[in-house]
Design a protein around this ligand. Structure first.
Ligand code: PEP
Ligand code: MN
Length: 263
């Protein structure tokens, strides 16, 4: 079902009142983690002003260490809803367990499946039984075929609203967090009709790398971007080194708009 052969036209996925996969770039921005109501509402207002169409923020966090901050969980979800009520921005947030699927279906506009869960087949099948659009991040070392098979797990259960997200893969290079695989855009577009967006924040792991990755993604033909933005990156509870400030994000959006109209 994800295969281009059986579905030659590009898919356009409706998310809230917005779409991803059409002529406009879908811009998802927000902090790695939801930290407080003030924080998420403040960031939401500022990214909206800068041109984002979706608000991200982790409430359930897949941390490498069990001793790191694990997210505000349902409380975080509630704060995201408050930010949505204040700005109108649809919410994107990660689901890690089938345990919370009802709460997510109720309040989330785009359910993110994180890189670490790309092959959690049980989770994929469960979101496949819902109608909520799914943002499927590429696994840390997943091939394109494995990634598309994971999309297939979701789609084969009846939910065809899948958007793919390239977020960098593991390579031998320790200088950057991951290596952004820009070729994912043309390869996925050849193999599949599903939209693909680029997450340069998790790919590089450092804020100075975000602009180059975002621009490369746009020029390569990606359908959108996911950018981590924090009101106070130095004191962020997770992924502060790779977050842009709202002002930096605003500058990036100005450059992105120019590139998007170049082709
Ligand atoms: C995130 O989006 O905050 C995240 C944890 O991403 P990934 O699954 O790509 O590491
Ligand atoms: Mn993050």
């Amino acid at each position: 079902r994800a295969n281009r052969k059986f579905h030659p036209e590009n898919s356009i996925i409706e998310v809230g009142q917005e779409t991803i996969g059409g002529d406009q770039l879908g811009i998802i921005a927000g902090p790695c983690s939801v930290e407080s109501e003030e924080q998420i509402v403040d960031v939401a207002k500022r990214i909206k002003k800068a041109g984002a169409n979706f608000l991200r923020g982790g409430a359930f966090k897949p941390r490498t260490s069990p001793y790191s901050f694990q997210g505000l969980e349902l409380e975080g979800l509630r704060m995201l809803q408050t930010a949505k009520a204040e700005t109108g921005l649809p919410i994107v947030t990660e689901l890690m367990s089938t345990k919370w699927i009802d709460e997510f279906v109720e309040s989330v506009d785009l359910i993110q499946i994180g890189a670490r869960n790309m092959q959690n087949f049980d989770l994929l099948k469960e979101v496949g039984k819902t109608k909520t659009p799914v943002l499927l991040k590429r696994g840390l070392s997943a091939t394109y075929k494995e990634w598309l098979m994971s999309a297939e797990y979701i789609m084969s259960e009846g939910n065809e609203n899948v958007i793919l997200c390239e977020r960098g893969v593991r390579t031998f290079e320790p200088e950057t967090r991951n290596t952004l695989d820009i070729q994912a855009v043309p390869v996925i577009k050849k193999l599949s009709h599903l939209p693909i967006i680029i997450d340069p924040s998790h790919a590089g792991g450092m804020s100075y790398l975000v602009e180059a990755g975002a621009k490369a993604g746009i020029v390569a033909g990606a359908d959108g971007l996911m950018i981590e933005v924090h009101n106070d990156p130095e004191n962020a509870w997770s992924d502060g080194e790779q977050c842009l400030t709202p002002d930096e994000f605003g500058l990036l959006m100005e450059k992105a708009e120019k590139l998007a109209s170049v082709e």
